[in-house]
Design a protein around this ligand. Structure first.
Ligand SMILES: *Cc1c(COP(=O)(O)O)cnc(C)c1O
Length: 382
């Protein structure tokens, strides 16, 4: 809100009861946002009820929803010819919704494969439509670097190109925005799963046909997915699509085809306000995120115990996986970290090791505390 910042200046201070949370998702939320939600919990701004108890059609709630969209549009400088949808089903539902919405006029789904989340999107498109094409893959190199632009080979019938900007599990991030160019020189829509990197810095939305992101990393609590879609793509849907998947219907109904995830949408709005008013926008957020990640990677690279295999240019600023030279130290590392108030550092069950997720709401002080702990652990046990 103008003139009344949420407090906890900077990147959200740490209250004595709140530990440092490095969870990959659902992830940390800014303390200032949770305090605001607490203050408004029983009586939302004098209306005498909680946001959770409001009709989604009431003027109070519609104002909350519209303010959230306006703030997101301002933060990302979303052009007027894009619709913003607040829908449900997780990013995983978009793995199906995207081909249903974009392949009504034929064509095949094309993908860049950079890791586990890309592969889940590929598997769902293949399951539904059979015919998919992998335009480039980083698998042969162990997913330690993303394919270079000149390695992308779309199929002649490509209907769109899908990629994952930041592989949350592998800690692998694109350092460029791909171009979705077919061999005949025709550009097709670029679709991006930005679940774990949206709002981490400024973005040129005009490069994309569809951007989608599950909320529980950088947007708000689970239960909400934000879809940003260029309006000329709204008429490409397949007729056999489940009606709740339809971008056009959602756009026309202000994302209220059915009851939306009202409370998650409200909290997302508070996060957008925090980014605008407390942080000062996405360029400021990007600078903080760069500092956080650079320090942690420097500590890893400078140690004899910890390592991260990702090519420097493709290291994720949001998810920093690392392994210990001796995996017998994993258990004591995690136990002692938790004792020191550093939570959720265990790597994804499919890859093991450690992972520190440094989303927007993780303050720089948390990263400093982690680095201190890691150095101390290495001195004692390494
Ligand atoms: C977390 C995540 C998903 C899955 O999100 P759900 O909301 O659980 O469906 C998909 N893609 C990426 C990149 C993610 O980080």
């Amino acid at each position: 809100m103008k003139g009344s910042k949420m407090g906890n200046k900077g990147n959200g201070g740490l209250s004595p009861i709140r530990h440092h949370n490095f969870c990959a998702g659902p992830a940390a939320l800014p303390t200032a946002v949770l305090e605001r939600a607490r203050d408004e919990m029983l009586d939302y701004r004098g209306h005498g009820l909680s946001v959770m108890e409001m009709s989604h059609r009431s003027p109070e709630y519609v104002a909350i929803a519209e303010k959230a969209e306006a703030d997101l549009r301002e933060l990302l400088a979303i052009p007027a010819n894009y619709k913003v949808l607040f829908t449900q089903g997780g990013a995983t539902q978009q793995f199906a919704a995207v081909p249903f919405n974009l392949l009504g006029q034929g064509g095949s789904a094309n993908f860049v494969d950079t890791g586990i989340w890309s592969r889940k999107a590929i598997a769902e498109a293949r399951h539904l439509f059979g015919d998919v094409h992998v335009a480039a893959s980083s698998e042969a190199g162990g997913n330690t670097a993303v394919p270079r632009p000149e390695q992308l080979e779309l199929s002649g019938d490509a209907g769109y190109l899908h990629y994952t900007a930041n592989e949350t599990i592998g800690g692998l991030a694109f350092d460029y925005t791909p171009r979705a160019m077919r061999p005949d020189g025709r550009e097709v829509p670029l679709v991006c799963d930005m679940s774990s990197s949206i709002l981490s810095g400024p973005l040129d939305v005009s490069r994309f046909g569809v951007i989608y992101a599950g909320a529980q990393k950088n947007i708000g609590p689970a239960g909400l997915v934000v879809v940003i879609v260029r309006d000329d793509l709204l008429d490409r849907a397949r007729a056999d699509m489940p009606s709740l998947f339809g971008y056009k219907a959602l756009a026309e109904a202000g994302s209220m085809v059915n009851t939306p995830a009202t409370y998650s949408w409200y909290l997302a709005g508070l996060v957008f306000e925090w980014l605008k008013d407390d942080i000062g926008g996405l360029s400021a957020m990007e600078a903080i995120n760069a500092r956080k990640a650079e320090k942690l990677y420097a500590a890893i690279d400078g140690s004899g115990l910890y390592s991260n295999p990702i090519a420097t240019a493709n290291r994720s600023r949001m998810n920093v996986p690392f392994v210990l030279a001796d995996d017998r130290l994993d258990k004591p590392f995690l136990a002692e970290a938790e004792e020191a108030g550093l939570l959720n550092l265990k790597g994804h069950r499919s890859v093991g090791g450690m992972r520190a997720s440094l989303y927007n709401a993780v303050p720089e002080a948390a990263v400093d505390a982690l680095i201190d702990f890691m150095a101390d652990f290495e001195n004692r046990r390494g």
